[in-house]
Design a protein around this ligand. Structure first.
Ligand code: ADP
Ligand code: NI
Length: 218
C-alpha cells in the first residue's frame, strides 16, 4: 500500500483500538496531538515525513506502562497489516526505541526524525495539557497531588523513575520542568518557552492557594 491519507486513517483506527479504556494520558488524542505537532515541526526542520508520521502514531503502542509486549510487536503488527515497506518499518522502530523519557537514562535520538518525534511527545507533557495529563496519571495511580513533607528526587535512573511513587507535584520537578531545556530542535524550544512559563505560573498559584497566601490580606 502507498502512504495515502486513507492508510494513515486506518492506522489511527488500529491505535484507537489499542488504547480503548485507558485513562493514563496515553489515549488516541495524545497520539494525534503528537502526530500533528511533529508534522508542524517537520515543516520547519525537515526530515522524512512518513517516518515521522508513522513513529508519532505508533510511539506509545508498546509503552511498558500499558502493554506487556516485547520487541515493539504492536507497532510491527500494525505496520505489517498496512504493508509498510520493511526498510521504513525499521526506521520507524529505531525512532520509537529512542524517544522515551527515562530520567537520567534518557537518550538523545541519533536521527532528525527521532529528535522531532521526541520533541513533539515532550511538548504534549508540558503546558496546560501536560498539567492535565500529570494529574490524570497521578489520580489513576492513586497518588496524592502534593505533600509538603515529601521532597522530590533529582537525577533519577530509569528504574528509579519508573518505580517512583511520589506526588504529582513532584513529577513537575522530576520531569516536566526539565523538558524545556531538553528539546532537540529550535522549533520545539520556541513552543516550549510559553508552555514552561505557564507551568511555573501554575505552580506558584498552587502553592499560594495551598499555603493560604491568597487569603493573607482579607
Ligand atoms: P511518554 O509519552 O514520554 O512515554 P510517559 O509515559 O512517561 O511519557 O508519561 C505519560 C504522561 O503521564 C505524561 O504526561 C507524563 O508527564 C505523565 N506522567 C508520567 N509519570 C507520571 C507521574 N509519576 N506522575 C504524574 N504524571 C506522570
Ligand atoms: Ni507519548
Amino acid at each position: 500500500m502507498t502512504m495515502s491519507e486513507d492508510m494513515y486513517d486506518s492506522i489511527e483506527d488500529a491505535i484507537s483500538g489499542l488504547f480503548e479504556g485507558d485513562s493514563s494520558g496515553h489515549d488516541i488524542h495524545h497520539t494525534k496531538r503528537v502526530h500533528d505537532t511533529a508534522i508542524a515541526i517537520q515543516a520547519v526542520e525537515g526530515g522524512d515525513l512518513d517516518v515521522i508520521r508513522l513513529a508519532s502514531l505508533l510511539h506509545d503502542a508498546d509503552d511498558r506502562k500499558l502493554f506487556n509486549t516485547s520487541n515493539h510487536s504492536n507497532a510491527r503488527s500494525i505496520m505489517n497489516d498496512h504493508d509498510i515497506d520493511p526498510k521504513i518499518q525499521e526506521d520507524v522502530i529505531h525512532v520509537i526505541s529512542q524517544i522515551s523519557f527515562k530520567g537520567k537514562d534518557t537518550v538523545t535520538p541519533d536521527t532528525l526524525e527521532g529528535m522531532i518525534v521526541q520533541d513533539a511527545d515532550r511538548l504534549d507533557a508540558i503546558g496546560a495539557i501536560g498539567i492535565g495529563r500529570a494529574f490524570a496519571y497521578g489520580g489513576r495511580a492513586g497518588r496524592a497531588m502534593f505533600d509538603p513533607k515529601e521532597h522530590h528526587k533529582d537525577d533519577m535512573t530509569e528504574e528509579e523513575y519508573f518505580s517512583n511513587e511520589g506526588t504529582t507535584i513532584n513529577h513537575f520537578y522530576e520531569k516536566l520542568l526539565l523538558l524545556k531545556d531538553l528539546m532537540n530542535t529550535d522549533t520545539a524550544k520556541s513552543i516550549a518557552e510559553h508552555r514552561h512559563a505557564f507551568m511555573e505560573a501554575f505552580l506558584k498559584e498552587f502553592y499560594d492557594e495551598w499555603y493560604g497566601k491568597d487569603q493573607a490580606n482579607l
